[in-house]
Design a protein around this ligand. Structure first.
Ligand code: PLP
Length: 457
């Protein structure tokens, strides 16, 4: 039976409530572990299944489809492995992300490399492995020319284009603006003809790639970006007189609703919109690659932070917690763009109810802007309670920012234990203070004082 509307969101919230309580009871959280990241394994599996079902419902039978998870969104090996076991691949955009996808066991044939600044060595490695590569620009294409001439490769190769269809609501995550740094700017003078010619000269260029942006880009604009690359693929294939472009990589970018627990838009809505708008895309003539990140993971992560102190200043109530800029860098530096939902739990990990008070949820870092939320109405947080920052599973706590030498928190995945409780698995243990020192040049303590002998000697 299909779940009632909102049922999935309610169950997700209920799982989270049980997990926060269990994390306190099992000692993952407490005075000595004052901040942790939690990942909802059930929810991650559900999102991966929803993604596959959404496109499975619209593509012609037999269409090759690769859903390559954008590793950037949650660069944790166990997460990439979990998604791999649900049938997803990986999209990497740096040597680190590629290594991480390999460590997770994602085969080269299910991996895509996309960075805008690949070195010759990275390109050589990708082609040696057989990883798909999308070239970003004409100079990179020339590097591929040399590599393809030097040695045969199994890597499917493509070109990223920027359809230049404009920005969404957030400049920093809009990639299809007129002056975006990504891909070949398709509407610049002569660019389109150059792209067609580039394919005509390179029979091995078989893919076309775009990624129109991320959070803040509305569905119609995302679909327009895909429509533009589809039209270009048709034009290239007509010009060369064969189906040279055999796969279209539509990128990721499905936005996440940060205002409530409801999943909106859904993968199914996006897939149906693409099918309606660009019927030829899914008629079986083109293989499909997608690169979703945020929409697979954001919902399923939460930062849980202990309230160390509460205070009042100038009539404002403030809860000083252990989660701030180090785990929510985007929110802290651009709170208007990346607002976080905050939930209040008591010292036992139970949701707090009752009348609300306007309060600031502050972090531990030493600058006054270090706030997870400002002026938020919540049940009053007390010393020893927990503030939980929701929707932080993508571009959140996995993207630690080392301000104030604050340690990376432990990250734990949770799932029902089969006996009515919650089981946890360590995804990444907390960084120790000794590791902070080591990562801060600890092994080179006298490097600067011995660099040159003092002249007075
Ligand atoms: C960041 C990125 C993605 C993932 O974007 P989301 O908004 O997380 O879905 C996909 N492809 C490319 C090329 C990217 O840079």
């Amino acid at each position: 039976m299909a779940p009632e509307p909102g049922g999935e969101a309610r169950e997700r919230a209920a799982r989270r409530d049980r997990a926060v309580r269990a994390a306190v009871e099992q000692g993952l959280l407490g005075p000595d572990a004052a901040v942790v990241g939690l990942l909802d394994v059930t929810g991650i599996r559900e999102s991966a299944a929803a993604l596959r079902a959404a496109f499975g419902a619209v593509v012609a039978p037999g269409t090759p489809v690769l859903h390559a998870f954008a590793v950037k969104a949650c660069p944790l090996v166990p997460v990439v492995r979990l998604l791999h076991t649900t049938g997803l691949g990986a999209e990497a955009a740096s040597p680190g992300e590629l290594a991480l996808a390999r460590a997770a066991g994602v085969p080269a044939a299910r991996t895509v490399l996309d960075s805008p600044a690949k070195t010759p060595a990275e390109l050589r490695e990708a082609l040696a492995l057989g990883v798909a590569v999308n070239a970003d620009n004409p100079q990179e294409l020339r590097r591929l020319d040399a590599l393809v001439r030097a040695a045969p490769s199994r890597s499917p190769l493509g070109l990223r284009v920027n359809p230049q269809i404009g920005a969404g609501a957030i400049g920093a995550t809009s990639t299809a603006t007129r002056t975006s740094k990504f891909g070949v700017a398709l509407r610049d003078e002569g660019a389109r003809a150059w792209v067609v010619e580039a394919y005509a000269r390179r029979p091995w260029l078989s893919r076309l790639h775009t990624h129109t942006g991320s959070q803040g880009v509305p569905l119609p604009l995302l679909a327009q970006g895909v429509a533009e690359v589809y039209a270009l693929a048709e034009e290239i294939n007509a010009a060369v007189g064969r189906r040279q472009v055999d796969t279209i990589d539509i990128g990721g970018g499905l936005p996440v609703n940060l205002a409530s627990e409801e999943t909106a838009p859904t993968f199914a809505e996006y897939a149906r919109l693409l099918a309606a708008r660009i019927p030829g895309l899914f008629d079986g003539r083109y293989g499909l690659v997608t690169e979703f990140g945020r929409s697979l993971l954001a919902r399923h992560g939460a930062v849980v932070a202990r309230v160390e102190y509460t205070k009042d200043a100038g009539g404002r109530r403030i809860a000083v917690t252990h989660a701030g800029v180090q785990v929510a860098v985007r929110t802290v530096y651009a709170p208007g763009v990346w607002p976080l939902r905050i939930a209040a739990y008591d010292a036992g990990g139970r949701p707090k109810a009752g009348p609300k008070t306007v309060q600031d949820i502050a972090g531990p870092a030493c600058f006054s802007g270090d706030l997870l939320a400002e002026g938020r109405a919540l049940p009053p947080l007390e010393q020893g309670d927990y503030a939980v920052a929701l929707d932080t599973g993508a571009y959140g706590f996995a993207h630690h920012y080392a301000y104030n030498s604050l340690a990376r928190p432990g990250i734990y995945g949770y799932a029902p234990d089969g006996y009515g409780g919650t089981a946890f698995a360590t995804v990444r243990r907390a960084q120790t203070v000794a590791e902070v020192v080591a990562d801060s040049g600890g092994a080179h303590a006298s490097a600067l004082t011995t660099l040159r002998a003092p002249e007075s000697r």
